[in-house]
Write a protein that binds this ligand. Structure first.
Ligand SMILES: *Cc1c(COP(=O)(O)O)cnc(C)c1O
Length: 351
């Protein structure tokens, strides 16, 4: 069975080898204050920067999930409140977590086919962080790098925080455009769930230090103090970090992955465009995700397609929330091979 669900998603076929190596090398029992772990952390940060083109002076931190990053950002990096621009469920959840901590957090809701109108975007002085879900997995939309750049240019005093949970390691991200980036590994990194990454610019690190928030188990300053020595503030998910290290060493540079992602998505889009019964969940090409394809159709028909796919050993991702009955989602993540995508494409051509 191949799963095309957009997270948890298909893991790299090399994962069993990684696991075997981790066991054989004794890394699983290594103390997180030991040289062995510190070297693993350091090497993972270096290889991440090299493969994903992250600026050399940015800092990599390990967390448990993207969800934890939502809370860390509001706790430790927002001084007044954040301004959330979103169109789907993950962006909405992030906004919910922020409001729970800082009641004055505000949200701007977009329709899935609606681009952010940067020219008309207004934000008060009371907000110091802009929260953007670059790839909204729930409704298969995206925010382009151009738009993020334009927002940063218009609001130079605001710090941008970007949720790239289902796009980091799948498409090229220009990390210089924002100070706070995060993801978790069960999407485009092709790994089992249970590890989040938080990537901060020097400006974000300075801001956390200036705000001085401390005392919680995941207070950013506590994490940063440990990270300065390539250690973590609690016994971490060493296996997950080891997997991440190995995957990063094995994958191609992000420009190459980006090309693959794009050409595979284009091929699938062509099939949907030619289909008489399947339609794009997101009609606007400019807001359509490159790593998650949303397909919509009549309820009965969607259920039939999903069932027939299952019969052929392919599990399609269900629609999210209220979109569940009338849509399905396909992950276009790098761990899915070209053969997997071709097989699915051949199947979809029948509709
Ligand atoms: C999956 C996902 C999350 C949540 O990730 P967890 O690792 O489960 O916390 C958040 N944001 C987006 C855009 C996602 O796709």
């Amino acid at each position: 069975m191949i799963t095309f669900a957009p997270g948890p998603s298909k893991v790299y076929e090399r994962v069993p080898t990684y696991f075997h190596d981790a066991y054989a090398q004794g890394i699983l029992s290594a103390n997180h204050r030991s040289e062995v772990f510190m070297n693993l952390y350091k090497d993972t940060e270096e290889v991440l920067k090299g493969k994903l083109k992250v600026p050399a002076d940015y800092k990599l931190l390990f967390t448990s999930s993207a969800t934890e990053n939502w809370e860390i950002i509001t706790q430790s990096l927002v001084s007044h409140s954040s301004f959330h621009i979103y169109s789907g469920s993950f962006g909405k959840k992030w906004f919910g977590f922020a409001k729970h901590i800082l009641e004055t957090s505000e949200g701007l809701v977009l329709k899935p086919n609606e681009e952010i109108n940067v020219q008309e975007l207004e934000m008060g002085e009371s907000h110091d962080v802009v929260a953007i879900t670059q790839n909204e997995t729930s409704n298969a939309t995206q925010v382009s790098m151009e738009t993020i750049k334009a927002i940063g240019k218009k609001f130079p005093d605001h710090m941008l925080a970007i949720d790239t949970t289902s796009s980091m390691a799948g498409i090229f991200l220009d990390f210089s455009l924002a100070d706070i980036w995060y993801a978790s590994v069960q999407k485009c990194f092709g790994l089992p769930a249970g590890l989040g990454v938080l990537i901060l610019s020097p400006k974000a690190v300075e801001k956390a230090q200036a705000l001085g928030e401390n005392g919680r188990y995941n207070s950013l300053n506590f994490m940063l103090e440990n990270a300065a020595n390539y250690q973590t503030h609690y016994t971490p998910n060493v296996l997950g970090i080891y997997f991440l290290n190995r995957v990063l060493h094995d994958i191609q540079p992000i420009e190459k992955i980006h090309e693959e992602t794009e050409s595979r998505m284009k091929a699938m889009e062509k099939i949907i465009a030619q289909s008489s019964s399947l339609d794009f969940l997101v009609k606007n090409e400019r807001t359509r995700s490159r790593t998650v394809l949303g397909v919509s159709g009549e309820e009965k028909f969607i259920q039939q397609v999903k069932k027939e796919a299952l019969g052929q050993g392919m599990q399609l991702g269900s629609g999210y929330g209220s979109l569940k009955p009338t849509s399905f989602r396909i992950a276009n993540f790098p761990a899915l091979t070209n053969e997997d995508i071709t097989r699915l494409s051949q199947f979809l051509k029948n509709y």
